[in-house]
Design a protein around this ligand. Structure first.
Ligand code: TRP
Length: 337
């Protein structure tokens, strides 16, 4: 791992079991690209997953499923550090320190928290959910990451990370790299196939609006074919007045590498039917091998767990060093070894 490469870090939730197309195009594809140019750390954030009620067996299984999908998508344990968050205890430890630097009001302004807690009601909302963004701050700062590849919805959490890093550094002396969000604009947001005014998301989308990567490929192809568009027929990218068609063009362009302008030309005079049929095929061709590769990893849990053990070991050497520095800066008495 070249030392002169900038460091990137990101985390992905294991909650859903199957990743959906929005996760893949918005984040995971970036992970794969960045392992070639960055010293990249990627983790499955199981500690974040328990901020909402979870079934223990499901969480354990889904954590392996998430790792298998990341490998199937092209993450290579020889090119990046891939691990599970709870395998590196320093995350929870640094999170405590950062909790003690975060204003109550500041945390209360996190829009994702506000959305989730309003939906659930105050009594069913945990303190863990409230401090979720602070754990994310610790995730990032522990690795001195300069780049954080995420979807658009995570921008506010990255801003909080920057604020807290700067606050810590100015109050106690330099300990943390101040990171930037790495958001690829064109694919940062993939919209619901049935309601293109909302993001494709596990919590908000209906089953028909979301493409789960581990679904039967035929099911995914069908969802593309029945995606909501508009009453015109012209295939043109225009997010304002044609959000449904624009979303399909984004998906198509991102999966194939063909530019949107080229696609507009290709479908000139052909209408939405042709676009959907072709995109459904593209989807089939992409999803089927992805699913097969994921299954191969799941069929061999020993190999998968060994990959994770190595990943956690690599991650811990970096994380432990940062934690020791942060503990020292804030004035905690070092334990004698
Ligand atoms: N909150 C992020 C999300 O939903 C997941 C996450 C946790 C993360 N820790 C992180 C992302 C650190 C980037 C860096 O989706």
């Amino acid at each position: 791992m070249a030392l002169d490469r900038p460091r990137a870090l990101s985390g992905i939730q294991p909650t859903a079991g199957s990743f959906h197309l929005g996760n893949y195009l918005g984040a995971v594809r970036q992970y794969v690209a960045l392992q070639e140019t960055h010293d990249a750390f990627y983790m499955v954030v199981d500690l974040h997953a328990i901020t909402i009620p979870q079934d223990p067996q499901e969480l354990r299984a889904n954590t392996r499923v998430a790792v298998a999908q990341l490998l199937a998508a092209g993450l290579d344990p020889d090119r990046c550090t891939l691990f599970v968050q709870s395998h590196v205890p320093e995350h929870a430890q640094l999170a405590w320190v950062m909790n003690c630097l975060t204003g109550f009001g500041e945390a209360s302004r996190m829009t994702q928290f506000k959305d989730k807690s309003t939906k659930q009601g105050a009594d069913r909302t945990t303190v863990g959910l409230f401090t979720y963004p602070v754990l994310q701050v610790a995730d990032i700062l522990l690795y001195q990451a300069s780049q954080v590849p995420v979807g658009e919805d995570q921008r506010q959490h990255i801003e909080l990370t920057r604020d807290l890093a700067e606050r810590f550094n100015s109050r106690f002396g330099h300990a943390f790299t101040v990171p930037s969000a790495h958001i690829v604009k064109e694919t940062g947001k993939i919209y619901d196939l049935q309601d293109p005014s909302i993001k494709m998301s596990k919590s908000a989308s209906t089953p028909k609006g979301i493409i789960s990567l581990l679904d039967e490929p035929k099911v995914s192809a069908k969802k593309i074919k029945s995606a909501v568009t508009d009453l015109e027929t012209v295939v043109r990218f225009d997010e304002e007045s044609k959000p449904g068609v624009s979303n399909l063009l984004t998906i198509y362009a991102t999966l194939t590498g063909v530019s949107i302008a080229e696609l507009e030309r290709k479908y000139e005079g052909k209408g939405y039917g042709a676009l959907k049929t072709d995109l459904a095929d593209v989807m089939l061709d992409w999803v089927a091998p992805f699913r097969a590769r994921t299954q191969e990893y799941l069929d061999d849990p020993e190999t998968l767990d060994n990959i994770l053990a190595k990943g956690a070991e690599k991650a811990r050497t970096v994380a432990a060093e940062t934690l020791a520095l942060a503990y020292d800066k804030v004035g905690l008495l070092p334990a004698k070894h």
